[in-house]
Design a protein around this ligand. Structure first.
Ligand code: IMP
Ligand code: MG
Length: 175
């Protein structure tokens, strides 16, 4: 499996940057004057967070959560656990969950329900990629960078068994 993974460029660095800028403009407009907490889902959303936050023109704080959804490579099993919780209170605040990709939706549904119990003023989801084809959980992102019909993607935070995460563009793995 190691070196012979074939991949095809899907979203270039320039295209991602342009879209991230647009998302930042939308969020900055929607959240102006609010008490915002951006909850970045590790590890996948780290690069998205780093780029997005540099374009945001609003006040906000950032925290991190790490979830493990079992099944290691291209399939998720449906079992989710929090391996690192956020450390600040979201009570009465406007929360934006920042995700790399929503696939079956299992991970996000779990996180949304967990954070909802902590009484935020509002709770929305922003994802770089929305892969609706395999959605199982009843959940939709409020802000979407790109829609993806099918395939397994890597780069810009997304990994395949921890590989390719730090590539600046997004690629589709070819079977
Ligand atoms: P879900 O719970 O099935 O929606 O997906 C959970 C996680 O699986 C995502 O946050 C990603 O970390 C990972 N994942 C799903 N699809 C892909 C993909 O195409 N590439 C890389 N990671 C993925
Ligand atoms: Mg993820």
């Amino acid at each position: 499996m190691a070196q012979d993974v074939k991949k095809r460029l899907l979203l270039s660095r320039e295209i991602i940057d342009r879209r991230v800028k647009e998302l930042a403009a939308t969020l900055s407009r929607d959240y102006r004057g609010r008490d915002v907490v951006i909850v970045c889902v590790l590890k996948g959303a780290f690069m998205f967070l780093a780029d997005l936050t540099r374009y945001l023109e609003m006040s906000y704080i950032v925290d991190f959560v790490r979830l493990a959804s079992y099944g290691s490579s291209t399939e998720s099993s449906g079992k989710v656990a929090v391996t690192k919780d956020i450390e600040i209170s979201v009570e009465g605040r406007d929360v934006i969950i920042l995700e790399d990709i929503v696939d079956t939706g299992t991970t996000l549904l779990y996180l949304r329900d967990l954070l909802k119990k902590r009484s935020p003023a509002s709770l929305k989801i922003c994802t770089l990629i929305d892969k609706k084809e395999r959605r199982i959980a009843e959940i939709d992102a409020d802000y979407v960078g790109f829609d993806l019909d099918e395939g397994f993607v890597v780069g810009y935070g997304l990994d395949f068994n921890e590989r390719f995460r730090c590539l600046p563009s997004v690629y589709v793995i070819e079977e």
